[in-house]
Design a protein. Structure first.
Length: 579
């Protein structure tokens, strides 16, 4: 018993560095209350582990399993004293630190310190997120304590404290859940108190939590203890009752450490809660072309609206463009959680500019807001193969169309495969088509043998430049037909909305009463619906197509062509149905 008390008093004061002397005295005044409190500060004899490989270590008298975790002693480890746990998150292997023995007398409050380690940059844009959990059944099941902990911008040891108040034998576990491969963070001074400790004010909580932000944030501070007051500081000093009283949310416009402590006449003061806010100002650019001309590694904000032209689940990638250029959003860590549809407009994307395998990339650092527009029309930029070859980087990630091309190897049986490379030619030049986008609808389909107008997104890898179609619709088109000139032409003005779901209205005008037909075809040239066939008067006409065929069957998403025709003239336009 004496040895335990000595340990808690002799080396256990570090977790209370931010507490007042009065609080420390109240916590050590009762030997009974201290009898099973449990502190892990990684400073004990033999508390060493030099590799990330899974292994067991005895920490303060109890065995733990450390998997993808070592006990760090380097200068770049954030720690009090000589050592702390260094956890490393990997894509296919999470870091876990798990108690293998029970702590008796339940769990009152759990506290520990955490921070990104000094090794955390590693050219990776996204910090880890981890959780802490408890188990009452020797690890058969786990319950999360508090919220997920995001280490973005947390470069100094920051206190986590949560009152749990559960009875029984208890174990805890730390577990990383996301973050760029190889990111590292430290945990130190883990303290578990008993169930039924003398009640203190619940630790203040910050909303939004500490982290990296790109512009001023307004911070609210709350405590779960009813009737408690909160005092805070913004200069790094520990707050007391003479510090400013929190009444209204605080605007944080520059990098600041906020500390807060709760007080109530009937309870002990809370422990001090700390939140570090790193405020960065991104460089504003108006266009994608301006963004592409920026400096790799800098953080930029696209102030104007851009249009989403393609997205896939692989690395949560998105292709965006405006009238000046296109760029790939590579979001491997899933920072963007807002749902978008193809041809949505997005405004205010913030991210880091970079390049990988000759592909210019924009890596998001925060989740952008909801779409600012929907169902925009993006006509592919028509270029020649020579344009493509001479000025590829001008077109990279921008939707383009190359007319009158064919696949050199197409033989009527060769099919598209994921990651396949296929030569395209216009009879003079050749370029490579690559099925870069996985599991799109033309994978497994026969490669077209005809001359086509191909739409796609130019993209790059370390082995070269490629063009890739987004779906089967990009591989088919109806080419223009030379027709005789005449004095009073039909006018096919288009359809609205386009893209559409579930219906669209086709607008056309006739110079005089005449026999006309208006029909809808799919991308294979098959008749889907005959909307008009007969005499119509001169003037403006508006015909609705409800997306169904002549048998009233709802048609699938995709490109459709509608044709207005009389004896002398035929006009074809394209409509896109999106569901």
């Amino acid at each position: 018993m004496k040895k335990l008390i000595f340990t808690l008093i002799g080396i256990g004061l570090i977790p209370f560095l931010f507490a007042s002397t009065a609080v420390i005295e109240s916590q050590v005044s009762s030997v009974d209350n201290l009898r099973e409190q449990y502190l892990v500060d990684f400073e004990g004899e033999g508390e060493t582990k030099a590799s990330y490989a899974s292994g067991n270590v005895n920490l303060s008298g109890k065995d733990w399993n450390l998997d993808n975790v070592l006990i760090g002693t380097a200068d770049n480890d954030r720690k009090f004293g000589e050592r702390s746990a260094r956890m490393r998150h990997e894509e296919d292997l999470v870091a876990t630190m798990t108690m293998l023995e029970d702590k008796a007398n339940g769990l009152g409050t759990l506290s520990f310190y955490y921070a990104r380690s000094g090794f955390s940059n590693d050219n990776q844009p996204v910090a880890p997120i981890f959780v802490v959990e408890y188990s009452l059944d020797q690890g058969s099941s786990w319950t999360q304590i508090g919220n997920e902990i995001n280490l973005d911008g947390v470069d100094q040891l920051t206190l986590f404290s949560q009152t749990v108040n559960i009875q029984g034998n208890v174990r805890i576990r730390f577990r990383s859940i996301s973050g760029s491969d190889g990111r590292r963070f430290n945990i130190d001074d883990i303290l578990l108190t008993d169930f039924g400790d003398e009640e203190s004010v619940a630790p203040p909580a910050f909303n939004p939590p500490g982290g990296s932000y790109y512009g001023a944030v307004t911070v609210d501070i709350t405590t779960a203890t009813e009737g408690a007051t909160i005092h805070y500081t913004l200069n790094g000093e520990d707050p007391d009752q003479s510090s400013p009283l929190f009444t209204d949310p605080i605007e944080i416009a520059e990098t600041t450490t906020v500390k807060a402590r709760g007080y109530h006449p009937d309870y002990n003061p809370s422990i001090i809660s700390t939140a570090n806010y790193t405020i960065s100002t991104p460089i504003d650019v108006n266009t994608v072309a301006d963004l592409r001309a920026g400096t790799d590694g800098e953080i930029y904000r696209l102030t104007n609206e851009v249009i989403l032209t393609f997205q896939q689940s692989f690395r949560h990638q998105k292709y965006i463009q405006d009238d000046t250029a296109g760029i790939l959003i590579d979001d491997d860590s899933g920072i963007i959680t807002t749902d978008y549809e193809r041809y949505d407009g997005i405004t205010g994307i913030v991210g880091t500019l970079g390049e990988y395998g000759n592909m210019k990339q924009f890596v998001p650092v925060q989740n952008p807001p909801a779409a600012t527009s929907h169902n925009n029309t993006v006509e592919p930029l028509v270029i020649t193969m020579q344009d493509y070859l001479d000025n590829f980087m001008d077109y990279q990630s921008r939707l383009v169309k190359i007319e009158d091309v064919s696949f050199s190897e197409a033989d009527g049986s060769l099919t598209f495969a994921n990651g396949g490379v296929y030569e395209l030619t216009d009879g003079t030049y050749t370029i490579d088509f690559r099925s870069t986008f996985y599991d799109v609808d033309y994978i497994g389909e026969i490669i077209p043998t005809d001359t086509i107008d191909l739409t796609g997104l130019p993209n790059s890898r370390s082995e070269g430049h490629f063009i890739t179609s987004r779906d089967e619709n990009d591989l088919y088109s109806i080419t223009s037909v030379d027709l005789p000139e005449f004095n009073n032409p039909l006018t096919l003005k288009g359809n609205y909305p386009n893209p559409f779901n579930p219906s669209t209205t086709i607008h056309f005008s006739l110079p005089a009463e005449m026999e006309v037909s208006l029909s809808v075809y799919n991308i294979r040239g098959q008749l889907v619906r005959e909307l008009v066939n007969g005499s119509m008067p001169a003037g403006e006409h508006h015909i609705e197509w409800d997306g169904r065929d002549d048998n009233n069957r709802q048609q699938a998403s995709g490109v459709y062509f509608y044709r207005l025709q009389n004896d002398e003239q035929m006009i074809v336009r394209k409509a896109l149905m999106l569901k």
